[in-house]
Design a protein around this ligand. Structure first.
Ligand SMILES: [Zn+2]
Length: 349
């Protein structure tokens, strides 16, 4: 497994410390990696002693890291680790371990393993953040013994298990809460083949799902108008494409000079996925079609892109006694559970 950290170290100086407390200061000077006046060969390999943990910024690495000075400033850090060691830190970051039922942990382990194997095969490396799967800042050794045991059990019980479609490992996306219905994968992510990830009803989220409210300010909308070439401001919008559960997929914004379409996922990336938590918008003020004079308030439900396994729904189904297999069949109806071949289909980059 190869992990890439690149936005973690935006400054042009990077401090690295090892288990003995020894510190090393690296610098990106005009795209060149330096330690003081010494130019370092890139990528520069930092290999800690066994059982020693390296710290870079807020992230701990138990193993080798390669560091490059990025041409745009900052650093790119690569970390190599074994798939199951990677997954334990993904599960620790994705779920509240203390309250997660074991069927949820197992379903999440299989989905995260499938996603990682699929993406490694496609791209050779994964980002250690929401662009791929989040990765806990600390190794799991720092967790209390009961949580470590729970985590180890869920990985051991599903070891080698993957979601498959035909001979391929499924690009198994997942999200925090769908708001009542998950979305067809290709409607949100054009790179996904139609029919691979189907939208399904999620009864637990239909019964209850957290709501949110986000207001894009006048200044936010003026910047959007400029970027979309609409003129000085956004005058109104309309919904041009909706998903299966009423999720808004695409909006058209109108200005004095032109109109342009923008997907809800692009808007979420623009405004920040934590501020605009999902595309499951239930109401806006002003309403679609009405003139916008100040900002635009959106209210909705759910969290995340809405594709694949819904963690909130799966948690409740697990508490009702559903097995991990049944949960996965529900959220990935086109897939089956298969096994990782001993010669894993993961090319080394
Ligand atoms: Zn749900």
């Amino acid at each position: 497994m190869r992990l890439c950290f690149d936005t973690q170290f935006p400054a042009n100086q990077l401090e690295l410390s090892d288990g003995s407390g020894q510190r090393l200061r690296l610098e990106n000077r005009a795209g060149t990696l330096r330690q003081g006046d010494r130019v370092l060969p890139e990528p520069w390999l930092v290999s800690p002693e066994q059982a020693c943990i390296l710290r870079l910024g807020g992230q701990a690495f138990a193993g080798e890291v390669w560091i490059e000075a990025a041409s745009v400033g900052g650093f790119t850090v690569w970390h190599e680790l074994e798939l199951e060691r990677y997954l334990e830190r993904v599960l620790a970051a994705e779920l509240a371990l203390w309250s997660a039922p074991s069927a949820l942990l197992e379903a999440q382990a299989i989905a995260a393993r499938s996603y990682a194997v699929h993406q490694m095969h496609e791209r050779g490396a994964l980002f250690a953040d929401t662009r791929d799967q989040v990765f806990s800042a600390e190794p799991v050794d720092t967790l209390p013994a009961n949580l470590r045991a729970k985590l180890a059990h869920s990985l051991a019980a599903t070891r080698g298990q993957l979601l498959c479609m035909g001979n391929d490992v499924l690009d198994a996306r997942f999200h925090a809460a769908c708001g009542g219905h998950t979305e067809e994968g290709s409607a949100i992510f054009p790179e996904l083949p139609p029919g691979a990830l189907l939208g399904v009803a999620c009864p637990p989220c239909q019964a209850s799902s957290p709501t949110w409210s986000y207001t894009a300010s006048r200044a936010d909308l003026d910047r959007l108008a400029l970027d979309l070439g609409l003129g000085p401001n956004v005058q109104r919008f309309q919904v041009t494409r909706s998903g299966q559960g009423g999720r808004w997929l695409e909006l058209e914004f109108f200005g004095s000079r032109a109109s342009a379409r923008c997907s809800l996922e692009a808007l979420r990336r623009r405004f920040g996925p934590s501020l605009l938590p999902s595309s499951n918008v239930r109401s806006t003020w002003p309403k679609a079609g009405s003139p916008i004079s100040k900002g635009l308030n959106l209210r909705g439900t759910g969290a995340g892109h809405g594709v694949g396994l819904c963690q909130a729904g799966a948690k409740e189904l697990a508490e009702q006694g559903w097995s991990s297999e049944r949960i996965l069949q529900h959220y990935y109806p086109a897939a089956r559970i298969g096994a990782l071949r001993s010669a894993a289909p993961v090319p080394h980059p």
